[in-house]
Design a protein around this ligand. Structure first.
Ligand code: DGY
Length: 318
């Protein structure tokens, strides 16, 4: 069968597909332009796509024989699952394998913002490190503080486990409350969102992007946070109203932010990059060699099973 692979995979991984199928792969280390993507999907039976590709009605209409959409990633807000289901096309994703890498990045941002890691590095390189003094370059302590986790799924839990090592108090909010044994295991206390925002020193977001979570954190929510609190977002950019966040940071209504994702990726909201109290990363939550290898293998397995017409292991709509 004919397969489109929209993101470059290693030769080892792509050869697993090539054993039985004909592969057209984007060999650039960047996403396909929309026109090339639409031209590429025409006449294909399978696609291995990434979070940079919009898989919508227009895309699906060009491949009436499509048997499987295998996403290289855990987030699937870029795929119109309902449209795929109407056409009977299974959609798969790669849960679990990127939990630790993403939780690590959330924690890296917590530490980087509070201890001014990026600012300190920049100043030191530029020759600005001239003396040690008791009040020089002070940051905020992380250990012992309260971490508010919004979205206590796999990644939220992994962040909670890391926070336990920093003796942090953990409060969380999610669609569903954990059962008491899990709350005890994670030493996490459930709170309604607005109470969590009032109590937490750090608020870390771990929800998928849905109609309910779009702009979950806006002006009103930012106003509830402590003036010293730090917002961390490694989930999806549109969960935060970025213009409202810039305003809150500029006015000192919150202490800082660590962001790996943006509302209009890869664009940044006006004013964001000029702020000192933010650390900005280019959507690298899952970007470790180990994790990306596992994601690729998982996506390929899902693809191959789907091409055989069987139920793929990580299917969202079977
Ligand atoms: C995902 O998988 O959804 C991440 O955002 C990128 O790895």
């Amino acid at each position: 069968m004919k397969i489109l692979v929209t993101a470059r995979l290693s030769d080892d991984v792509v050869s697993l597909i090539e054993q039985d199928h004909e592969v057209e792969m984007n060999r650039e280390n960047r996403p396909m332009e929309r026109g090339a993507l639409l031209a590429g999907i025409a006449g294909k039976q399978g696609v291995l796509c990434s979070i940079s590709d919009r898989v919508d009605e227009e895309f699906l209409a060009l491949a009436p024989g499509l048997k499987i959409i295998a996403n290289f990633g855990v987030g699937f807000d870029h795929i119109d699952i309902a449209a795929a289901s109407r056409r009977g096309i299974p959609v798969t994703y790669t849960p679990g394998v990127l939990t630790d890498a993403t939780a690590d990045i959330a924690f890296a941002l917590i530490l980087a913002v509070s201890r001014r890691v990026v600012e300190g590095d920049r100043m030191t390189r530029e020759g600005g490190f001239r003396f040690w003094a008791p009040f020089h370059f002070l940051g905020r302590q992380v250990s012992g503080k309260t971490l508010g986790i919004v979205g206590m799924g796999r990644i939220g839990e992994a962040v909670a486990r890391r926070a336990a090592g920093f003796d942090m108090k953990i409060v969380y909010h999610g669609r569903n409350r954990l059962d008491p044994a899990d709350e005890q295991r994670l030493r996490a206390r459930y709170l309604p969102l607005h109470e969590l925002l009032r109590e937490a020193d750090f608020v870390s977001l771990h929800v998928p992007l849905t109609t309910e979570t779009r702009h979950l954190i806006g002006l009103e929510e930012l106003r509830l946070m402590k003036p010293s609190a730090v917002l961390i977002n490694t989930s999806r950019g549109p969960v935060v109203n970025e213009a409202a966040l810039v305003e809150a940071l500029q006015e000192g209504r919150i202490g800082g932010a660590g962001l790996d994702v943006y509302e209009n990726e890869p664009e940044l909201a006006a004013g964001l990059s000029g702020l000192e109290n933010v650390v900005l990363l280019p959507h690298v939550g899952s970007a470790t060699i180990e994790t990306r290898t596992k994601m690729a293998l998982m996506a390929v397995e899902n693809l191959l099973v789907g091409l055989r017409g069987e139920q793929p292991p990580n299917c969202l709509n079977w």
